[in-house]
Ligand binder design. Structure first.
Ligand SMILES: [Zn+2]
Length: 485
């Protein structure tokens, strides 16, 4: 990293820290200017968006009325979406087939990755250097309890912040591929140690490295918290969880075990800098100067703060090479209704209740019923000795549930099983749905991404369900579950 790049990163970080404290109207004006530029650029250089926005006057059109974009469209029309004609599907596939390319720039200028396809078909993601620099700059500026002042920057040059990233394995999944560039892009401010969650000397390596910040998936952090007696992390100041849903109980447990704030970043592979976890109140502040998040219901109508939406529409204002504009993400979020006392004026996501894809559809005398992942999360959280769980929708009205109990479980396995089923019934699991609970020694993560998949749907939605009709009595069951949760 040259001196010029170092200075540029320091200035960018300091400015991002300041913008988070601007009045919302001022940030919004900045956002709208960037949005206007992105729309014009996409319509001019991306054949896909030129066609999509045909007939719209982009200078005057209401953004909330522009057509949305799905993952399937982006995957099918990938060559027409990207704005650099040198980027081809075959070229990226060839690049991704060689793991030696991790940490290298495609065509000398683009970071590339691929979503796993565990939530649908895989999607290739291309980002330029600016987008990746922005990711690390917002993390340095906003996901921290220390204000990014010039003095702090100078201090970090003399004594770099030590960041330990514990992942399952290296790979071209979006966050993993991005972190490969961290040392290059953040350079002298940070020392990065990448560790694998399965390596036998993990605890020793963490003790030797003495990180200031520990970054990992919620399930890995939770596992470390259970054995925190083996760790002596005296310099640890913050823990960051990403990629998986962090339940309130796991957050409490991790925070209590390590005695430092736990921030929970919410992002998507398509917009890795979407938000940064709030160190004071939980949830995550949306980086609205560089991203737009629209929380909508299943008819694409805006959902007010405080209420849970059915999906979100994400616009990445930084990525010009593969524009994501009003891009549909099946996550269920609720925005906070009031300001946050941490000092950030950026809007905060208060609740993240998993993917709307993380639902099971069962059938009873009244019709089709949606069972949200919240039902299972809430029931498992109520049984203290359950450490991890996984629910598999095996048949329309049958669920297989695997439980991993904590090492020090005081209850018998039979007792945990009985109490869990009783709790699920109490929370609204219909009588028509049979459930088989088995106790396992260990629940493995997804072999590709290393993330924990708690809800696995092998049945799919009912035949007559589609996202635009009201046939199914979804609301009655989700509201019931949400209220009781
Ligand atoms: Zn906050």
């Amino acid at each position: 990293m040259s001196l010029r790049q170092t200075l540029r990163f320091a200035v960018a970080t300091s400015r991002l820290g300041a913008v988070a404290r601007w009045q919302p109207a001022r940030v919004r004006r900045m956002q709208q200017r960037r949005l206007g530029r992105l729309l014009r650029f996409a319509a001019r250089h991306s054949p896909f968006y030129r066609e999509k926005y045909r007939g719209f006057d982009l200078a005057r059109a209401d953004f909330a009325r522009l057509p949305t974009t799905t993952k399937q469209e982006m995957a099918e029309h990938f060559p027409q979406v990207v704005t650099d004609p040198r980027i081809t599907r075959e070229g990226i596939e060839c690049f991704l087939s060689n793991t030696h390319n991790l940490g290298h720039w495609f065509l000398g200028r683009y970071g590339v990755s691929r979503t796993s396809g565990s939530q649908g078909q895989p999607l290739m993601i291309v980002q330029d250097r600016h987008s990746l620099e922005l990711l690390f700059a917002v993390m340095s500026a906003r996901a921290t309890t220390q204000r990014p002042t010039p003095f702090e920057g100078w201090r970090r040059l003399r004594s770099p912040k030590r960041v330990a990233i514990v992942a399952t394995q290296r790979g071209f999944y979006p966050s993993g591929a991005a972190f490969e560039f961290m040392s290059e892009l953040v350079g002298p401010f940070v020392r990065v140690e990448r560790l694998a969650s399965q390596q036998p000397d993990l605890f020793q390596r963490l003790n030797d490295f003495q990180p200031h910040v520990l970054v990992s998936y919620a399930s890995v952090l939770d596992a470390l918290a259970w054995r925190s007696d083996l760790l002596r992390l005296t310099h640890l100041r913050q823990i960051a969880s990403s990629s998986e849903q962090l339940t309130p109980r796991a957050r409490e447990r991790i925070q209590a075990s390590f005695g430092v704030p736990v921030v929970d970043h919410y992002a998507t592979g398509e917009c890795l800098f979407l938000s940064d976890g709030c160190p004071t109140h939980g949830g995550a502040h949306i980086n609205v100067d560089w991203a737009i998040v629209e929380v909508v219901d299943r008819h694409y109508r805006p959902v007010p703060p405080g209420e849970l939406g059915d999906k979100v529409l994400v616009t990445n204002l930084a990525n010009r090479v593969q524009p994501f504009i009003r891009y549909e993400v099946d996550d269920r979020l609720a925005l906070a209704t009031g300001p946050c006392t941490c000092g950030s004026h950026l809007p905060r996501i208060e609740r993240i209740e998993g993917r709307s894809g993380d639902v099971f559809w069962t059938r009873d005398a009244h019709g089709d019923r949606m069972l949200s992942g919240v039902l299972f999360h809430t029931a498992a959280d109520a049984i203290p000795d359950i450490r991890e769980w996984q629910a598999v929708h095996a048949e329309r009205n049958h669920i297989e549930l695997s439980l991993q109990l904590s090492c020090a479980a005081s209850q018998s396995a039979a007792d945990a099983r009985t109490r869990l089923i009783a709790k699920l019934r109490e929370l609204g699991l219909p009588r028509e749905v049979t459930i088989n609970v088995r106790i396992v020694r260990f629940l493995a993560s997804d072999p590709v991404t290393g993330k924990r998949r708690r809800m696995i749907n092998r049945v799919g939605p009912p035949d007559r369900w589609d996202a635009t009709n009201d046939v199914c009595n979804v609301h009655s069951s989700t509201e019931l579950i949400a209220r009781r949760a």
